[in-house]
Design a protein around this ligand. Structure first.
Ligand code: SF4
Length: 241
């Protein structure tokens, strides 16, 4: 049915009444609501990548770059049958590792990194994954995000690893205007209490997978946005990381 001038005037009046009656939340109010909503939705946060110790988690996180956790979990049993510790992995030819992990993508680089970091762990750290962010970041194939995930999930040290998914949600929820994951991590760390970081990291990932996918947002529909932005009329635009 075509829109009439009367309809338009009616819509405008309704919008005016709505916007004066309900206010968008402030950033701290949004953060508090997001915290409680995520706690309600995801009271427990099982680590998505199957592992048995810090080493197997480190390898699984490395493999998860540009790959789904589900696919990594299908590949790691065969890899860890071959070698589930740095001593055994360091003995494996890169080509053998590469053949197993090929379905995860980027297999030439990832296989070299797995073999290389295993050798370093054996030669310099007695085969033990160091619980130290700075040292982890020096290992081949281990960037800031991977190191943060290992610190948080293997050692329980507060970290807030931000990937493109967390970056996207933080932007859409108006928690950051950061143009990259580094700025977003800094903003989120300021906004949330340190003791919440590790759980929140996973809760945001779970929420993103369920409700807030990269291409599926209309900016208006989910419980978090309808509560935080009752007056929002258009989807949030993203700044690319
Ligand atoms: S409406 Fe839903 S999908 Fe869109 S930004 Fe909000 S939470 Fe994400």
């Amino acid at each position: 049915m075509p829109t009439t001038i009367a309809d338009t005037i009616e819509d405008t009046i309704e919008d005016t009444i709505e916007s004066t009656a309900v206010k968008n939340l402030t950033k701290p109010e949004r953060a508090a609501h997001i915290l409680s909503e995520l706690e309600r939705l995801y009271p427990t946060t099982p680590v998505p990548l199957d592992h048995t110790d810090p080493y197997t988690l480190l390898i699984a996180v490395l493999l998860s770059a540009q790959c789904t956790d589900e696919r990594v979990n299908k590949i790691t049993p065969a890899l860890f049958d071959l070698a589930d510790n740095p001593f055994d992995m360091a003995q494996q030819p890169v080509e053998v590792i590469k053949a197993i992990i090929r379905p995860c993508g980027l297999s030439p680089k990832k296989s070299q990194a797995i073999q290389g970091l295993s050798q370093i762990l054996v030669e310099q750290y007695q085969g033990v994954v160091p619980a130290d962010m700075d040292i982890l970041e020096t290992l081949p194939g281990v960037g800031h995000k991977t190191a943060g995930v290992v610190m948080a999930q293997a050692f329980g040290v507060p970290a807030f690893p931000v990937d493109t998914h967390i970056h996207r949600l933080a932007q859409r929820w108006g928690l950051t205007s950061g143009k990259n994951v580094t700025q977003t991590e800094r903003d989120l760390k300021k906004l949330f209490p340190k003791e919440k970081w590790n759980k929140l990291h996973l809760q945001i990932i779970f929420y993103g997978r369920e409700y807030c996918q990269a291409r599926a947002c209309h900016g208006l529909a989910c419980p978090i946005c309808t509560h935080c932005y009752p007056n929002r009329k258009h989807p949030k635009k993203l700044k690319k990381p």
